[in-house]
Unconditional design. Sequence first.
Length: 81
Amino acid sequence: MSDPLTLARMRADIARQLGEAPEDIGDDDDLMDLGLDSMRVLGLVMKWGESGLPLEFSHLAEHTTLAGWWRVVQDLQQKIA
């Protein structure tokens, strides 16, 4: 994997999708309540997967917060390290 996905990058990418500032996206905010729909999530999965992370939509569908997504990403990063 080239550049590991970071929490800060995830927050910035999510904020961009929502038209918000990164600092407005809290770790425990429900991203669906903030307006993140399944098509935007799929776009994020594809973008983040370009760095070599074997991330799938189903991995993120089980969680609705940035904190939950970050745990998933950390687990995947450890598995491929």
